[in-house]
Design a protein around this ligand. Structure first.
Ligand code: ARG
Length: 263
């Protein structure tokens, strides 16, 4: 159908090198250049979104996002943690700018990767990090397993991250955010065929494209009504017409996540 997507090449690079930040940009040669930031958003701050965490390497180079759900627990994507160890990763809170030095830096004492995870296009793309240092920031709540109604098509969702502001572009030094409508499962299946696993994924974006998460936004939140309901996972390019962003359907995994968060 659409063959090996850019994400898979990105994922391979993430596996090959723990220093994903620069190399994650190598993965996206496709169709038309997409218009704007996260793609199509506006600048924001970690004051506005205090639960928004940078996932970085040991040198504090950001390569993914994460969401603080308790003082010492961060929800992110499994694909962000492939090849990482508790010594290779840091979590940075309260830092709006990638080149900042402020905020709180924590080491990670445990990385839980969903044991069923193989590849983002197979689903199960969720991980929970346990921090060595408590984060003094307001946490986000996350959906419960029964809240499956939050993904009704057309519902407005918020995406947040430092990722590239166009398909082959560079990361944003300042945190960005945008809103995108939830796309129906049948429509997303039309876009992505069997790579879209409706039990594990939910899509969001405009039919005409233009607004989306992109490389480096992975692991960050998709909020619905201010509640963590998805995790940035994958997509064909970024912000392309007919190819919405794909997010982990968190209701499917909230029981697993809660076990980690409460452990
Ligand atoms: N896999 C990317 C990452 O690691 C996120 C891609 C999101 N793509 C999209 N079109 N929404 O940062």
């Amino acid at each position: 159908m659409f063959g090996i997507d850019p994400f898979k090449r990105t994922a391979a690079v993430l596996v090959a090198t723990a220093a994903a930040a620069a190399t994650a940009l190598l993965g996206a040669p496709t169709a038309v250049a997409a218009p704007q930031p996260i793609v199509g958003g506006t600048t924001t701050t970690t004051t506005a979104y205090p639960f928004m965490m940078q996932i970085t390497d040991a040198s504090q180079n950001q390569f993914c996002g994460g969401t603080l759900v308790s003082a010492t627990k961060v929800v992110t994507a499994a694909h962000c943690m492939v090849g990482e160890t508790t010594s290779s990763v840091r979590v940075v809170g309260g830092r709006t700018y990638l080149n900042g030095t402020n905020g709180t830096v924590s080491r990670v004492s445990k990385i839980w990767i969903n044991p069923d995870y193989t590849d983002a296009t197979n689903g199960d793309d969720v991980a929970v990090l346990t921090l060595s240092t408590s984060m003094p920031y307001t946490t986000a709540s996350y959906v419960t397993s029964s809240q499956t109604g939050v993904y009704a098509a057309g519902t407005t969702a918020r995406i947040i991250g430092w990722g590239t502001t166009s398909e082959n572009g560079s990361s944003s030094n300042q945190l960005r955010t945008a809103t995108v409508p939830i796309v129906s499962d049948s429509s997303c299946r039309s876009s992505y065929g069997s790579d879209f696993v409706a039990t594990d994924m939910v899509c969001a974006g405009y039919t005409s494209g233009g607004v989306d998460t992109c490389q480096g936004d992975s692991g960050g939140p998709l909020l619905i009504g201010g509640v963590l309901a998805g995790i940035t996972s994958w997509g064909e390019g970024c912000a392309e017409a007919g190819y919405p962003g794909v997010y982990t359907r968190l209701t499917t995994f909230s029981g697993l996540v809660a076990t980690q968060v409460n452990s």
